[in-house]
Ligand binder design. Structure first.
Ligand code: NAP
Length: 674
């Protein structure tokens, strides 16, 4: 059979395998299956193409335009899922594993598309936090902003998730406005290559936004500078080597690392046999051990249980693992497929032997297990170990057998459980299965600093929980120390890895123009008509309406009190109100003032304003007493398109009294027709 030729996509051209190409074997049969790599790849041309063509094209778009692009890419990938599944079997993955990698990757892209539209502006500058008051009179202010890096993101990915591993990095990178060069692990690059072809063939991406290296990177890392980012996923050893690339150190190139990790799961002291939590724990551990044949960076490597529960947990896990059929992932009956390669199998077995020197294997014999597949493939059974002296053991805490291998260890008390977790020297995730909030608090206080994520589960959340091992696009993925010290995803946080944060100092007028968001103190714009009569696309940032004043009478206050039922003493009883340190006597209701404000600024006729959708940041600053008057200033602060028909207008509203003192301030949200 001829080998699949897996190409790279460099500077706009597909480059077939060439000198130095590596042969990739099928995980199922061990037979040669594909070939990838080309030592003649012109990596400088790739960098130039990304920096000179892809970057400028992406930066010309707004966050919303890029988010729409991500959504379109996710849609087109969804249409080609079957082709990706068909190829992915060859990596040893089962159909269930494909759902995590392929559907999970596409889902991640959809989430970033949606977050980009909802949480980022339709602009090219992202505002990080609010305005900082740097001067007494507010003529000199500060604002942190983020703009896209002007280089290229080099994504070096691990073999275990050829699609998710690419998309979880690509989505935030493109959303930031930065082009990417993706280098998947060679062992499974044929799946990534297919997904890249689907995306490129769709014509959705600007030229230069996405390139692919199938095979080795050559000396690309030696050519990076301060505007580039390396986002690496893989083993701690490779990360250590790549971090030390002189150009990366010299130019302070950002290096995000997601490494291996000795993740743990703790069974709470309350979760004894017979509780829903005990059963949940056993189910989650068995699932984490066998999904992707244990080749998950988040898989549970250390099973930390109360000493008295060690044997019941081992018995329950053995019963579950015995039901796991190992074999050809294409068969419906198979529950666990193969490791990615026979080299990986040899590595896992060697690591299991190291663990075996400190712990007894209580389930799974790699030399004698029931296999429903070719014996030339990279199959191993789930292997469960029991370490009776975890305090004096070392390998069980520092050796990652990247396969279906996990070790049970007992703890004396919660402090001991936390100490064992932290022996991992920094993990991606620890889970805790308990129904006791005090147990949860103690573990969080002791172990959160050593973990990128802590997953709590119990009878209340188990029906809807997402699983110990599933990194979610909304939540950060990464961990300290051994886990690499990096962080990915976490919603918009993940986009920031590809942007530069800059502190901007200047006048309100300058900051308004840069952020496309009106800042108090910036000049007001007088529009040609009442702003409520102006369509979304016509309204200008800073366009302002100043109303005439309205006097508040005692009758107004009493009428409002009886009409609404709000007869709080501060509005109704002069003496009682005066005893309150905040009021001089009877005062107007805050909500009365808001209602009067609406009456002052509203334009009553049918027009472009469709609905009032909310109000943010309301503050009442000074009481209003009968006889005072209020007037309103309404300013267009920010515009966010929602669709072709309408967009959200955020208005800055201030109420001032007859002495021009601020009485109330808030932001009003309206939907306005385009
Ligand atoms: P690996 O051997 O460290 O390889 C990772 C990536 O680095 C591959 O793309 C590899 O390419 C590339 N690479 C290796 N040497 C390189 C060099 N000198 N220059 C440029 N690139 C180089 O890891 P793996 O075996 O693929 O993945 C398994 C490991 O990844 C496990 O330890 C696992 O825990 C970890 N992992 C971590 C996460 C996480 O999010 N923290 C996720 C998944 C996996 P080639 O394949 O071409 O050698």
């Amino acid at each position: 059979m001829s080998l699949l030729q897996i190409s790279s996509f460099a500077a706009g051209t597909w480059i077939a395998p060439g000198p130095g190409a590596r042969t990739i074997a099928s995980a199922i049969t061990g037979a040669p299956f594909a070939t990838a790599g080309n030592d003649d790849l012109d990596v400088q041309a790739m960098l130039d193409h990304a920096r000179g063509t892809g970057g400028p094209a992406l930066r010309a778009l707004t966050f919303h335009q890029r988010a729409r692009m991500l959504k379109a890419l996710a849609q087109v990938l969804s249409e080609h899922k079957q082709a990706l599944y068909d190829l992915s079997f060859e990596t040893g993955a089962t159909q269930k594993d494909h759902l995590i990698d392929i559907d999970g990757g596409i889902g991640t892209m959809f989430v970033f598309a949606s977050k980009g539209r909802r949480e980022m502006p339709d602009a090219q500058v992202y505002l990080d936090g609010g305005i900082e008051q740097l001067s007494r009179n507010g003529t000199f202010l500060g604002q942190h902003i983020c703009t896209p890096l002007q280089g290229v993101a080099v994504h070096i990915n691990a073999f275990n998730f050829p699609v998710w591993g690419m998309l979880e990095k690509l989505a935030p990178t493109l959303l930031a406005g930065v082009p990417a060069i993706v280098k998947p692990a060679t062992n499974s690059c044929y799946v990534t290559e297919r997904a890249v072809r689907v995306m490129l063939d769709s014509g959705i991406l600007p030229d230069g936004a996405l390139q692919l290296v199938s095979g080795g990177l050559g000396d690309m890392l030696d050519r990076l500078d301060c505007q580039d980012v390396v986002s690496f996923t893989g083993s701690a050893d490779t990360a250590l080597k790549l971090r030390q690339t002189p150009a990366i150190l010299r130019n302070a190139v950002r290096f995000v690392a997601e490494q291996d990790s000795l993740n743990a799961s703790i069974l709470g002291p309350d979760a004894v046999e017979g509780t829903p939590e005990f059963d949940l724990f056993v189910k989650e551990v068995a699932r984490e051990m066998t999904t992707k044949a244990g080749q998950k960076c988040t898989a549970i490597r250390r099973i930390i249980v109360p000493q008295a529960q060690a044997q019941p947990v081992i018995d329950a896990l053995k019963a579950r693992l015995a039901k796991v059929t190992v074999g050809d992932p294409r068969q419906d009956t198979t529950r666990m497929g193969a490791l990615v390669s026979n080299t990986q199998k040899a590595d896992v077995l060697a690591k299991a032997d190291l663990i075996g020197a400190e712990a007894q294997r209580v389930f799974g014999n790699p030399s004698d297990f029931d296999l429903q597949g070719p014996d030339t493939g990279a199959f191993v059974p789930p292997m469960l170990f029991h370490c009776t002296d975890p305090d004096n053991a070392q390998r069980v805490h520092d050796t990652e057998a990247f396969g279906p291998v996990s070790t049970v260890m007992g703890y004396r008390d919660l402090a001991h459980a936390v100490a064992l977790v932290n022996r991992g020297q920094g993990s991606l995730v620890t889970s805790l299965i308990t129904h006791d909030p005090e147990v949860a608090r103690e573990v969080i206080m002791g172990a959160a600093a050593y973990n990128g994520r802590i997953y709590l589960n119990d009878r209340d959340s188990m029906a809807e929980s997402t699983g110990h091992g599933a990194p979610l696009p909304h939540m950060v993925h990464g961990g300290p120390g051994r886990a690499g010290g990096g962080e990915e995803m976490g919603g918009v946080r993940g986009v920031m890895h590809y942007m530069q944060r800059t502190a901007i100092q200047g006048s309100p007028r300058m900051l308004s123009a840069i952020g496309q968001k009106w800042v108090s103190g910036a000049p007001e714009v007088t529009g040609p008509a009442h702003p409520f009569t102006r369509r979304f696309n016509k309204l200008e940032i800073g366009e302002t309406l100043n109303t005439t004043p309205r006097t508040i009478t005692l009758e107004d206050i009493e009428h409002f009190a009886h009409f609404t039922g709000d007869t709080f003493y501060a509005h109704m009883d002069e003496d009682a109100a005066a005893r309150n340190p905040f009021f001089p006597g009877r005062v107007a209701h805050g909500y009365l003032l808001l209602s009067f404000a609406a009456g002052l600024f509203v334009e009553p006729n049918e027009g472009p304003v469709l609905a009032n959708t909310g109000l943010d940041g309301l503050r009442f600053m000074k009481p209003v007493v009968p006889g005072d008057s209020i007037k309103v200033r309404l300013t267009v602060k920010q515009k966010t398109p929602r669709n072709e028909d309408y967009g959200e207008v955020r208005w800055h509203v201030t109420l001032t009294n007859q002495d021009d003192e601020m009485v109330a301030e808030y932001e009003l949200l309206t939907m306005c027709a385009c």
